[in-house]
Design a protein around this ligand. Structure first.
Ligand SMILES: NC(=O)c1ccc[n+]([C@@H]2O[C@H](COP(=O)([O-])OP(=O)(O)OC[C@H]3O[C@@H](n4cnc5c(N)ncnc54)[C@H](OP(=O)(O)O)[C@@H]3O)[C@@H](O)[C@H]2O)c1
Length: 283
């Protein structure tokens, strides 16, 4: 089986390394603070430096804090990467992933970027999905390792694509959470505990998420005037804004959505469907 060097044993790196040793891969592990390697000392070799970890490995897996920390660690050992595969699952920007890929290829390494759609406790369970792009050969050759972490999906040879997808999904997640916080603040001002609101919000938002497919059909066809849709005029958020203010709740979040709706109404599209809001997002 492939000899793997794991660089970075924070919360996520440790979960990935645990899954790899659990699947039987021989692993050498390194972390800047050595104590984080200790829990795996009976299942993996602990290296004293990145150079020592990389030396005997066919594949290097990086899970550090950010793109800058990846370069901090790799730059001094660039020549050792010649002929090896590098999988970087550190969260980076799309351009950061492309830059790392160019840098790795400049040292004769093949680069695969990964975006982890999970928290550490989910690694190795079917609930985990990891998005990859970059070297398809690395993706294919190391499929067994990737599947020890969760579902592995390949998004093409542009190394920035996995990161772009990852960040697009996180954009949806953060705005959804902010919407939940807004609603919880509204009813919270009337004495409703957030836990009680969560019991209503969870099934409501789950049910609403099933509309993504219909919105996507409209967006992809560009037929915003298609009959049967909720119109932009009907989607005016004035009542939500007024109720928020009277509850003493700040309205920045809802203001932003209202502004996007009204940009389209003001441009004469008020009878079109709500999905036209995407035209307010596009620059
Ligand atoms: N945790 C999650 O839920 C989650 C989910 C998806 C993706 N991710 C991504 O996974 C990556 C790791 O996250 P994590 O949760 O494992 O973070 P973490 O627990 O904070 O670990 C960060 C790791 O980076 C190392 N590091 C930071 N700066 C360094 C430097 N300049 N040189 C060498 N090592 C450095 C740390 O070493 P020390 O131990 O020495 O500080 C540690 O091993 C991040 O990019 C994160 O966005 C995490």
């Amino acid at each position: 089986m492939t000899d793997i060097a794991f660089l970075g044993l924070g919360e996520m790196g440790s979960a990935l390394a645990r899954a790899a040793v659990g699947a039987g891969f021989p692993c050498t592990i390194w972390n800047r603070s050595r104590d984080k390697a200790a829990p795996l000392e009976n299942q993996a070799w602990i290296a004293d430096s990145p150079a020592e970890a990389i030396a005997g490995a066919d594949l290097v897996v990086m899970c550090l804090f950010d793109a800058a920390s990846v370069l901090d660690v790799l730059e001094p050992v660039g020549p050792l990467l010649q002929g090896k595969a590098l999988i970087n699952v550190t969260t980076t920007s799309p351009d950061g992933a492309r830059e790392l890929s160019r840098w790795a290829q400049g040292h004769g390494a093949r680069y695969l970027d990964g975006g982890i759609m999970a928290v550490p406790a989910m690694i190795g369970t079917p609930a985990t999905s990891v998005l990859y792009s970059g070297s398809e050969a690395v993706f294919d050759e190391h499929r067994k390792l990737l599947e020890s972490w969760g579902r592995a999906e390949y998004f093409g040879d542009d190394p920035g694509m996995a990161s772009l997808y990852d960040l697009a999904l996180l954009a949806g997640m953060y705005v959804m959470f902010a919407g939940f916080f807004h609603g919880a603040a509204m009813v919270g001002a009337a004495g409703v505990p957030a836990a009680e609101f969560a019991q209503r919000a969870t099934p409501w938002l789950q049910a609403m998420a099933t509309a993504f497919g219909d919105y996507a059909t409209v967006i992809d066809s560009g037929e915003y005037g298609r009959p049967g849709q909720q119109s932009l005029e009907f989607s005016d958020l004035t009542d939500i804004l007024d109720a928020s203010r009277s509850q003493g709740v700040r309205t920045e979040l809802i203001d932003a959505v209202q502004k996007m709706i009204h940009r389209q109404i003001d441009a004469g599209h008020g009878k079109d469907g709500f999905a036209r809001v995407i035209e307010s997002v596009r620059a």
